[in-house]
Design a protein around this ligand. Structure first.
Ligand code: HEC
Length: 132
């Protein structure tokens, strides 16, 4: 049987479409809706620090924005990105590797103790949202 050329072209076009969607990262900038639990005292301090230092990119409750990824995400659970990864990110910045948002610049002037409180805040949100 002779395969109709039109079907071949259609197939090629569909495959190309899928490829382009993949390459241009159709869903590579996800943001998530976050349930906000009652925060502990350190979680609240962390929230204030997160708001002034991180939320412009990571979102008010770390659900992500068009400038940065959600931290309330499996990728950032403690086994994948332990607390040290947060300290390192804040101090040295992050070279883009998981997403297509670009690099995270170092957060100037932030103290280690501040990041510890921010981590407490993020972990409380992660737990409340079933991340771990
Ligand atoms: C100017 C935007 C911006 C700001 C401000 C920002 N981030 Fe980020 N952050 C990013 C981007 C973009 C990435 C994702 C990089 C990638 O592709 O993996 C990221 C990634 C991270 C990661 C993952 C690190 C890793 O090892 O993969 C952590 C943790 C993080 N940010 C924490 C913070 C904290 C805490 C603050 C505030 C103290 C903060 N970020 C402020 C943009 C930002």
């Amino acid at each position: 049987m002779k395969i109709n050329n039109n079907w071949l072209w259609l197939g090629a076009a569909v495959l190309a479409g899928v490829g382009i969607t993949y390459l241009t990262g159709g869903n590579d900038k996800p943001s998530v809706d976050v349930n906000v639990p009652n925060l502990s005292a350190s979680g609240q301090e962390g929230f204030a620090l997160f708001t002034s230092n991180c939320s412009a990119c990571h979102g008010q409750y770390a659900g992500g924005t068009s400038n940065g990824p959600p931290l309330i995400h499996k990728v950032y659970e403690p086994n994948h990105h332990g607390d040290v990864a947060f300290q390192r990110a804040a101090r040295f910045g992050v070279r883009a590797h998981h997403w297509r948002f670009g690099n995270m610049p170092p957060v100037k002037g932030i103290k280690q103790a501040d990041v510890t409180k921010i981590v407490a805040f993020v972990r409380e949100l992660q737990r409340a949202n079933g991340i771990y």
